[in-house]
Design a protein around this ligand. Structure first.
Ligand code: ZN
Length: 401
């Protein structure tokens, strides 16, 4: 999408848009009934809405490409996920809700095991529990290096986050992970002269970490990967000329929303909390991104029945959402997570778009196969959804005379 074009055409309107993302919504059939999770679920509200909507399937990255939740959310927000890539260190920071500054350098760390000669014997330190990780991070936090502020935070098990804050830092560094056991960690190499200073700091950090962790076998060393800085991207509310809010319970989604400049609203853990947040803030924004996570987790666990039940729970929320009288509603997922595969997959994701001005099609049930016949087509590029929402909300001017 051409952000310049959209920016030049957007116009204010007194309309409200809601993008409801049921994480990992798409699925595959698993049983003799040959129904996907969404097809199996009793979804009277979604089905009724589908009858009045234009439906289809969207494809976040490209044919056959299985997306992570980060890139597929960027696509939902209108950002080409191949062009707008986030470094892995930054993603880790977003994942634990770390408030990253533009000049910070973020990296993912692994606690690992090295033997006396310095060679790595286990790149994951026997998958130490998060509790142990927290103790070790406490030690790493005491490392002092001149001219730079250091933050160390637990991610999970053997993984942690390192943030360097200071002047003239750069994320253009190579990883220190040798990728295989039997090799020594590799010193970080600057990929350009601007990263020389940072490489020296990282080297000092690693040397000191080795000393600090010497007695902590199996977690007696660190490997650093994915050095990166927060990207300087066009800002979502500014591109589209809207006040945008994100309602999401999980840190990663809050992080991605913050990265594109949405207001991330405080909310609780469950759907009821999120609904209350939506109702409370309804009058203050033009656009809401509303995220429901647990459907994806059920798919990842291979739990078909739980995924069905969670879709039904989300369906109940639809009635409550429609009571707020939105002007444009999109209901979809960020990618497919079939419980059959216990993982994300490349399959296009069902989507419905409802507004007063949508050209409704013959789809009368919200499900994968039904949506294949819908007016949005079976492979709509995901980045096209936002401009369609904008148009349906009366927020895009005519192009040319
Ligand atoms: Zn996802």
């Amino acid at each position: 999408m051409d952000f310049e074009l959209i920016r030049s055409l957007n116009r204010p309107a007194d309309t409200k848009m809601l993008l409801l993302v049921l994480d990992g919504l798409g699925g595959l059939s698993i049983d003799a009934q040959d129904l996907t999770e969404l097809e199996k679920a009793e979804t009277p509200n979604l089905d009724e809405l589908a009858q009045k909507s234009i439906c289809g399937l969207h494809q976040p990255i490209g044919p056959g490409i299985t997306p992570g939740s980060g890139p597929s959310h960027l696509a939902l927000f209108g950002y080409d996920p191949v062009r707008y890539q986030v470094g892995r260190g930054v993603l880790a920071a977003l994942g634990i809700n770390f408030d990253l500054k533009q000049s910070d350098v973020a990296a993912r760390g692994n606690f690992c095991t090295v033997e006396k000669n310095g060679k790595v014997t286990d790149r994951r330190a026997g998958r130490i529990p998060s509790e142990k990780n927290r103790e070790l991070c406490e030690k790493l936090r005491k490392i002092d290096i001149p001219d730079v502020e250091i933050f160390v935070d637990t991610v999970k098990e053997y993984r942690f986050l390192l943030i360097l804050r200071g002047e003239n830092l750069s994320g253009s560094l190579t990883d220190t992970d040798p990728q295989n056991t039997g090799l020594k960690p590799v010193p970080p190499k600057p990929l350009g002269s601007e990263a020389r200073h940072t490489a020296e700091i990282v080297e000092q950090f690693i040397d000191k970490a080795r000393d600090v962790l010497a007695q902590d076998h199996p977690a007696n060393m660190v490997l650093m990967r994915g050095f990166s800085q927060k990207p300087d991207w066009p800002v979502f509310p500014e591109i589209f000329g809207i006040k945008a809010a994100a309602i999401a319970a999980y840190p990663m989604y809050r992080g991605v929303s913050r990265l594109v400049g949405m207001d991330v609203l405080e909310t609780g853990e469950n759907l009821e909390d999120e609904m209350e947040t939506l109702e409370k803030n309804w009058k203050d924004y033009d656009f809401f991104y509303f995220h429901i996570k647990k459907i994806d987790s059920a798919g990842e666990d291979g739990d078909y029945n739980r995924k069905v039940a969670l879709i039904e729970e989300a369906d109940a929320a639809i009635a409550r959402i429609m009571k707020l009288k939105p002007d444009v509603v999109v209901v979809t997922g960020d990618h497919s997570t079939p419980s059959l595969m216990k993982s994300h997959s490349w399959h296009p994701v069902p989507v419905l778009l409802w507004s007063r001005y949508c050209r409704s099609d013959s789809v009368n049930r919200f499900g994968e196969r039904a949506c294949m016949a819908g007016g949005l087509g079976p492979r709509l590029p995901t980045i096209d959804l936002i401009p369609l929402m904008m148009a349906n909300a009366g927020r895009i001017e005519k192009f040319g005379a």
